[in-house]
Design a protein around this ligand. Structure first.
Ligand code: SAH
Ligand code: SF4
Ligand code: F3S
Length: 484
């Protein structure tokens, strides 16, 4: 659907996808219409597929046209202040719609709902419904409550909810790639981050249901799945928090074993995952990646900062040296593996020297791709309570620009270095720019564009690349053997 590198992490999706309405075919029995917009990370987009599944069962058909909706839901993100501002702006736009159509119900879901709870009802007078990420099963009841004339709120977080057995309704799908949520919540408490407050405690989903979902997707023609979690390296099944086996008659499944189980679903099913955490990424995960060709050679490993003192203030649980050791491990175990990251500038107390350490770390790693942000203070976080948000806006902006400029050089150089090779490419769809061309990805997550010939979407082809732009390889199909 897009020709730009797709985020494979917890990082934000391509801007063009943000807020895009989603639609599934309506059924005649479905008399009420739902209009749903999603913001934020892949987890949120994946949750929207659960929400549609639950509301579908309650008789809602989805629509792309907000003017014909009976129920408007925004699945929101709270990661940075500007993410919330966008949602507030959008809610104001629904004001006139509500004046014209008094029966219209407007609801806020997701991380902003969880962060602001009941106060959203007072702050944004036009909101009728506030539902946190662990309460979506309650949506049909809550909507009825609103229809009965009351406002409705459910922001209870759960220690168990994983929506394991709910079949997501695949939204805006190309029929080739899909997300599988493998865990929820986060126990890490990075000092800048709102996610532990909005998503609650970490819990892993039953591996049997994950493997079943991967099988079903493969049978339905999908050829790539992305396993999603805030910190996939701490996935665990049948182990308690202290690492003790819960049920000796059941197998213990950690992330490395889970990857192996999903890799064995079918060699023609590609697997990606997101997001890894540098403090938890172990060599056994890397060895499993190296062992199976269908586990894509791509790791998104957010660094945030290249300075150990800043990392300490961020409560990230690793040092610059540890992070560089993980980079070395990836390169040792998989000589060819693309690496991307998230970087944050202007965190509390960040000096020019500390900022320079981030630039030097980027210089030594030379990331394929990076998501780069200015630090935004979030209420209730450790950083808000303990540190001063003391880096002036213009300094944050200047540092961000330096980081982006450097990344642009590295990204372009990496794409250029990939040119000229033959890749096994999974065709995802028609190129956004040219109707007679397909786009797909190689194992390294590079976008590859080439003339369609008689190939079909959802199949693998070998593509000889001969040109490139900053982030896209251009080529043509070949009978030659693929290099990667
Ligand atoms: N679970 C993932 C990422 C979570 S949020 C991890 O631990 O890496 C995605 C990215 O948003 C983070 O990696 C970070 O770079 C950025 N981010 C999170 N909180 C932020 C804040 N308060 N201000 C600016 N960027 C933030
Ligand atoms: Fe936030 Fe840290 Fe958890 Fe990522 S690992 S979601 S940055 S608390
Ligand atoms: Fe994702 Fe935003 Fe929530 S990044 S977990 S939707 S705060």
């Amino acid at each position: 659907m897009i020709d730009s590198p797709r985020g494979s992490g917890h990082e934000l999706l391509d801007e063009s996808l943000q807020g895009a309405p989603i639609v599934v075919p309506s059924q005649p029995t479905h008399t009420r219409k739902l209009y749903l917009e999603s913001y934020g990370c892949q987890m949120n987009f994946s949750d929207s597929e659960i929400v549609v599944s639950i509301l579908d069962a309650a008789g809602f058909a989805t629509t792309r046209d907000e003017t014909e909706a009976d129920l408007i839901l925004l699945n929101t993100c709270a990661i940075r202040e500007n993410a919330e501002q966008r949602v507030r702006g959008r809610l104001r736009q629904f004001k006139s719609a509500k004046a014209e159509r008094p029966h219209l119900v407007v609801g806020v879901l997701g991380c902003m709902a969880e962060r602001l709870k009941e106060s959203l009802l007072e702050q944004e007078k036009l909101v009728d419904l506030v539902v946190g990420p662990d309460a979506y099963r309650d949506l049909p009841n809550l909507v009825e409550q609103v229809n009965g004339g009351q406002k409705a709120v459910n922001v209870l977080l759960s220690r168990e909810e994983t929506y394991a057995e709910i079949s997501p309704v695949r939204l805006d799908t190309n029929g080739v790639t899909a997300f599988i949520s493998i865990m929820r919540g986060c126990d890490n408490m990075c000092s800048f981050c709102v996610v532990p407050f909005t998503r609650g405690r970490e819990r892993s989903r039953d591996p049997g249901s994950i493997v079943r979902e991967a099988h079903e997707l493969f049978e339905a023609g999908y050829r790539e799945v992305t396993l999603l979690g805030q910190n996939v390296d701490s996935y665990k099944w049948n182990l308690d928090i202290k690492g003790q086996v819960k049920d000796p008659d059941q197998p213990v499944v950690r992330f490395a074993e889970l990857m192996e189980l999903v890799a064995q679903v079918n060699p023609e099913l590609r697997i990606r995952f997101s997001t890894s955490h540098p403090k938890d990424m172990t060599d056994d995960v890397l060895h499993v990646m190296a062992k199976y060709e269908n586990l894509c050679k791509y790791v998104h490993l957010p660094v945030q900062s290249g300075n150990t003192e800043v990392l300490k203030r961020m409560n990230r649980g690793y040092t610059r040296e540890w992070y560089l050791d993980r980079m070395a491990a990836i390169r040792r175990i998989m000589p060819e593996c693309a690496i991307s990251t998230d970087v944050m500038t202007g965190f509390c107390g960040e000096t020019e020297e500390e900022h320079a350490d981030t630039l030097s770390l980027m210089e030594s790693v030379r990331y394929e791709m990076a998501y780069m942000f200015k630090y935004s203070e979030r209420p209730r976080t450790l950083a808000e309570r303990k540190f001063e948000n003391d880096i002036p806006e213009e300094v944050k902006s200047r540092r961000l620009k330096e980081i982006m400029d450097l990344q642009r050089i590295h990204g372009t150089a990496r794409t250029l270095a990939q040119k000229g090779r033959v890749y096994r490419v999974l065709i995802e769809g028609t190129s956004k720019k040219r109707d007679d061309q397909y786009f797909g990805r190689n194992t390294f997550n590079n976008v590859v564009v080439f003339p369609k010939g008689d190939a079909q979407t959802g199949t693998y082809v070998n593509v000889q690349t001969h040109e490139c732009t900053a982030a896209t390889l251009i080529g043509e199909m070949t009978e030659a053997k693929a290099d990667a």
